[in-house]
Write a protein of this length. Sequence first.
Length: 297
Amino acid sequence: MFEEAQLYSPVTTGAGGEVTVHLHDGHPGAHDPGYRRRRNEIAAAALGWRPGQPSPTIDYREDEQEVWRTVCRELAPLHERHAVAEYRDALARVALPHDRVPDLDDVSSRLVGASGWSYVPAAGLVGLRTFYSALGDRVFHSTQYVRHPALPLYTPEPDIIHEVIGHAHLLATPTFGELHRRAGVASVRLRDEESLRFLSRVFWFSLEFGVVVEDGELRAYGAGILSSYGEIEQFRSMQLRPLDLREMGTVDYDITKYQPVLYRAESVAEIEAVVGGFFDTCTDESIEELRHEHAVA
């Protein structure tokens, strides 16, 4: 999960071992003591996990299960209308349950045979290097908490609905799963932190919030759009720009709001050529060149 996202809800461990998720005052659950306790419990379970162990089994409550069911029900027809074909194919192939929140190990078991990907738990903040280098090994760090039940169709930060409904289906596709991996491999080549942030922004405006023309129609392939009831309804009305690595890698964004600017590819082949080509060839030096070109443009 992105470092930028978790600056919104950092996780700390006190001297006595107590785990606290710090929700921003404007967060839907900020003033709900029960929700805050629940977030702390789930974060603590992730912090207690060690590689090689099964992922923590979360006994999801009925209100959390109902949020999952609501999102699945509302997104299903929108995916049919607005998602790229590979994502729609993956929905049937992965066959996630619609009536309950799946365990991360359940998600992994559905993905391993299809694409070799697996999930591991994250309490919250995952550094960019940790997150991206894991992608290179087909491992995805994921939260396990569910968004606040008062707003089931909105979250200001990535929850398990975003991580699984959005990303897991992309990971099961030949094109977009491979682009995740190529981003991870690219991150290992980059020594400079600014270069890594540039890569993370390109990832954001493609695999998180990418749109593409497919069969003559603008469709979404970004996990952030595909897991958001509101954004999948509105992405066609956003400001659309052509793929531009210099812009994508330097522009700032706010994860807590709908993305007002999206970068449109004219085909899936263009995504592979431009975004995939960047992941395959980028170095600290080539990224510095792009940053300089953007600064003087």
